[in-house]
Design a protein. Structure first.
Length: 179
């Protein structure tokens, strides 16, 4: 699968104030790919958001006949979304990007993805699936939009980042900032 094989959803300008109080950059967008088709009442959507350092192309090996997600056999429409900051969706490296000083939170990302889901005409997901940081995203999505998903599968995630992981992520952040 080609890395550029995705659709782009531009977050409507002025539609999102970040948890930090900053306005979201009007160039912000999400890179996503769908597999299968939405049914007539758009109730068969499954949302799968990337985890840390993952792109939708790496998820493709788990999609298809006899695999973790099989839209053709189950009749579901799978929506895979690249998390903001992963280099395919809006990131600090996007041309002209004004990355928020306060960064992005799971709360902010969930609001962005919910706008994408609604733009597809989906009011309630049949399922939201997340692994690791994707699991943390899934938990936040369900808390922020309690009627947004009929079910959630959260794998290897937690509602709060472990202090050891916080330290690890802070060292990465500090290294990038020092450059």
């Amino acid at each position: 699968m080609a890395e550029d094989d995705f659709q782009r959803f531009v977050i409507p300008a002025g539609s999102l104030s970040l948890l930090s109080g900053e306005e979201l950059d009007p160039t912000a967008f999400l890179a996503f790919k769908t597999y299968g088709s939405l049914d007539a009442n758009r109730s068969n959507a499954i949302l799968w958001v990337t985890c840390y350092n993952q792109r939708h192309t790496e998820m493709a090996s788990m999609i298809g006949t006899g695999r973790r997600f099989d839209p053709d056999t189950t009749g579901h429409c799978l929506i895979t979304v690249n998390m903001p900051g992963n280099g395919l969706s809006w990131s600090p490296t996007s041309p002209g990007a004004r990355w928020p000083k306060g960064g992005l939170t799971y709360h902010d990302c969930a609001a962005m993805v919910q706008m994408l889901v609604h733009s597809l005409g989906v009011e309630q997901l049949a399922l939201i699936y997340g692994f690791s940081m994707g699991a943390m995203f899934a938990l936040e999505y369900c808390v922020q939009f309690p009627r947004g998903a009929a079910a959630a599968v959260v794998v290897c995630g937690s509602a709060r980042t472990n202090p050891t992981n916080e330290y690890f992520l802070r060292t990465l952040h500090d290294t990038l900032r020092a450059d």
